[in-house]
Design a protein around this ligand. Structure first.
Ligand code: PMP
Length: 394
């Protein structure tokens, strides 16, 4: 069929990795590939009860259209309870509700990128963001990371060398895919650079609250004096991704543009789901729920890192995340994690090969592992299976 797709659509390719990842869904596979929260931690009973309560109290409004900006009580809760790391006095007017933070990513590209504009991001970066941005046909300039995330002198060089850079995309806390976290001085420096070069930062922060040791880091937004930082938040990892609720916190000038874009995309996020989330947080303490999640994920993280140290060949390296969902494994430079994955599937274990997280390709000797959604016995068994495959190459 001669379908005349847009140039944009013609540029979209189904990724090879998606095909590979389908195999990881077979029940016999111990998959460290997904990025899913542990389903046994979802507060199902409480949400059942809240659902009835919302329907009894507010059923008609919950099934009706609502404002594009979001359900007012939820916006207030986000501004006053969930944005404390921004260290700003916020009200519900400073945030809008989105359909997950993924929507915030897509909207950011639509808002800031013309074809050929440069997006500066960490090397590697979140695959879902790379894909969302790619539809707007930008160029990606990847900035190297050390163990503490993006290196600020290299960011500054990238800004100098790319006057057509239109946004900086960063995941400062427990980054997907590496699990790395930026120290506070880098956050401050990044905010200063954004103001100096007059470029927005998209601060994507789904994992910051899932910190296993120490206290939550201040957001880059907390160092933002002029309004260059757009903060994307989400309830996906702290509450339930199925509700598809996230938010954007930005200066009024920028936020009003996001609202217009959202009107065109979906008019609003679900009236019902927003009421469920707001009522849940009015009645229960989400922080208490987050404490439970952190304890379990923290234990799974410790176990996975210990198992990798114990069973993997000695010179396989991994990051040591102290929060979030992921660790990042580095193999010898000549090895290809994508090819090795085919053997892993035969052993019924899976990860995500790392090259997909580098928007300009290359870097085949890495893979990402998730520790949040596997029980402890499967973590041990899965890492042993991976170790058996890796041993053939070392
Ligand atoms: N950003 C990052 C870094 C992520 O890892 C994810 C989900 N894996 C998202 C955004 C999107 O999450 P959601 O749309 O569920 O909020």
């Amino acid at each position: 069929m001669d379908i005349r797709f847009s140039d944009r659509a013609n540029g979209l390719k189904a990724s090879a990795i998606r095909e590979l990842l389908k195999l990881t869904e077979m029940p016999e596979v111990i998959s460290f590939a997904g990025g899913l929260p542990a389903p046994e931690l979802f507060p199902v009973e409480r949400i059942k009860e809240i659902f009835s309560e919302v329907m009894d109290r507010d059923g008609r409004a919950a099934l009706q259209y609502g404002p594009t900006e979001g359900y007012r009580p939820l916006r207030e809760i986000i501004a006053t309870q969930r944005m404390s790391t921004a260290h700003m006095k916020l009200t519900g007017d400073d945030v809008i509700v989105t359909t997950g933070s993924q929507q915030g990513l897509e909207f950011s590209a639509k808002l800031f990128l013309n074809k050929g504009d440069v997006v500066i991001c960490e090397s590697p970066s979140y695959l879902g963001a790379i894909n969302a941005f790619q539809a707007y046909e930008p160029k990606f300039v990847e900035v190297s990371m050390d163990e503490h995330g993006m290196i600020m002198s290299e960011l500054e060089n990238a800004l100098k060398e790319n006057p057509n850079a239109k946004m900086i995309y960063t995941i400062p806390d427990f980054q997907n895919p590496t699990g790395k976290t930026m120290p506070d001085d880098r956050r401050k420096r990044m905010a200063e650079l954004a103001a100096e070069y007059k470029i927005p930062i998209i601060e994507d922060n789904p994992y910051g609250e899932l910190i296993f040791e120490g206290t939550v880091h201040p957001a880059i937004k907390s160092f933002d004096k002029e309004g260059w930082v757009v903060f994307l938040g989400t309830f996906s990892k702290t509450f339930a991704p199925g509700l598809r609720l996230g938010w954007i916190c930005a200066s009024p000038e920028i936020l009003s543009k996001y609202v217009i874009i959202k009107q065109g995309a979906d008019l609003q996020s679900s009236s019902l789901d927003q009421r469920i989330a707001a009522t849940f947080m009015q009645k229960y303490d989400l922080n208490e729920h987050i404490e439970k999640i952190k304890e379990i994920y923290g234990n799974r993280r410790t176990l996975m890192l210990e198992c990798m140290d114990k069973y993997f060949p000695a010179d396989v390296k991994h990051t040591n995340p102290y929060g979030g969902l992921f660790a990042w494994v580095e193999l010898r430079e000549d090895l290809d994690a994508g090819k090795i994955m085919e053997e892993c599937i035969k052993e019924n274990v899976a990860y995500v090969p790392g090259d997909a997280f580098f928007p300009n390709g290359g870097h085949k000797n890495f893979f990402r592992v998730n520790y949040s959604c596997m029980p402890e016995d499967k973590i041990v068994e899965g890492i042993k299976r991976l170790a058996k495959v890796l041993a053939k190459y070392y």
